[in-house]
Design a protein around this ligand. Structure first.
Ligand code: ADP
Ligand code: TRP
Length: 322
């Protein structure tokens, strides 16, 4: 299994990103024969238009992933733009990408539907993503449900290139993440940067506690028994609780006679403890930017070597190289 996935540095990671994606990337590094993970800064450039902010978010994303357990000895971590071969490959794929296929892709389609003008970068976003995937002969792409369409586009583009020019690309498969069970945000809707309802992984514990205390709950009286399954506060608690704690909390809900404040306090303690080691590792990494640069440099060198082979194969196949 050759695993690859990318994550956009468009904001600091929240619990949805961690439980929905990052944790599973990290678990896969042990199973895969090869695992490539990158910070998709070229994709992020379609939305983040402030240079300082984009660079800071990119470095923060790298440090966060390392702190959360991504191990450079077992997985290759790099910044997307450090592999220019991918942008070249993107052009080769673009020449055979039907307009209609890209017009159906959701990011572009949604923007158009809202009456906003889209730029070429957003339109071609799925082609760059296809180049990301095909450049490393990856066969397995762990992603959330929302990215499945892009993997389908990748397969279409690869298959059509192979059909025209002969076997060149490996057709990848999406590995839809199991717990892509959506993590709810502080308002009960899906946790997302765009809804402003996130709880961040590396939030300062005091501030996190305040945010947790503000999680929206219903106004049922304390005595009333409540159904745990449908309660977003309970769902958040379950992300961090072990089986016994989960069972006990579910019983408390069903019995009634408790205040949501108690649940929030318990959640805040569990969540803070859960990320304690990651927070320590993060401080160490932040204090040692040279080490981070070195990891990203080594990752980019390894990624470039592979991408250069695949690019040459594609260039020869379509006749831009002898
Ligand atoms: P956001 O919605 O905050 O902009 P992204 O789209 O950048 O987040 O998310 C990156 C990945 O994190 C997604 O592909 C998805 O797999 C995962 N993810 C994001 N939010 C959630 C959530 N609330 N629940 C589960 N997974 C999520
Ligand atoms: N579009 C993906 C997202 O928003 C990020 C991404 C870019 C990606 N290139 C990729 C994911 C290649 C998987 C494979 O989450």
């Amino acid at each position: 299994m050759r695993v690859l996935s990318g994550i956009q540095p468009t904001g600091r990671f929240h619990w949805g990103n961690y439980f929905g994606a990052i944790r599973q990337y990290i678990d896969l590094q042990d199973e895969a024969e090869d695992a490539f993970y990158f910070i998709a800064n070229l994709h992020a450039l379609t939305t983040v238009r402030d240079a300082k902010e984009l660079w800071q978010l990119t470095i923060d994303a790298a440090i966060d992933l390392l702190a959360l357990g991504l191990d450079p000895d077992r997985a290759t971590l790099f910044i997307q733009s450090d592999v220019p071969e991918v942008s070249e490959l993107c052009w080769l794929l673009m020449t055979g990408a039907p307009m209609g296929l890209l017009e159906r892709c959701h990011a572009y389609k949604d923007k158009k539907a809202r009456g906003l003008s889209a730029d070429t970068g957003l339109f071609a976003y799925p082609v760059l993503q296809a180049a990301d995937i095909l450049a490393y002969d990856s066969d397995t792409v762990p992603v959330g449900e929302d990215q499945v369409q892009h993997i389908e586009v990748t397969r279409d583009l690869a298959a059509s290139f192979n059909h025209q020019f002969g076997e060149t690309f490996v057709l990848p498969k999406a590995k839809v993440l199991e717990t892509s069970a959506r993590v709810p945000g502080t308002d009960g809707e899906k946790m997302s940067k765009s809804y402003g309802n996130t709880l961040e992984v590396f939030e300062d514990p005091k501030h996190l506690r305040k945010q947790i205390m503000r999680i929206v709950t219903d106004s049922r009286p304390m005595e009333a028994p409540k159904a745990p399954e449908t309660d977003h506060l309970f769902q958040l608690y379950c992300l961090f609780a072990d089986d016994a704690q989960r069972g006990q909390m579910a019983d408390t809900y069903r019995r009634g006679g408790f205040g949501y404040g108690e649940v929030k306090k318990a959640l805040s303690e569990l969540a803070t403890d859960y990320f304690v080691e990651a927070r320590e590792r993060r401080s160490q990494l932040e204090a040692d930017p040279r080490q981070v640069r070195e990891i990203l440099g080594d990752g980019a060198a390894k990624a470039r070597k592979k991408a250069a082979d695949v690019l040459l194969r594609a260039q020869r196949a379509c006749g831009v190289k002898p």
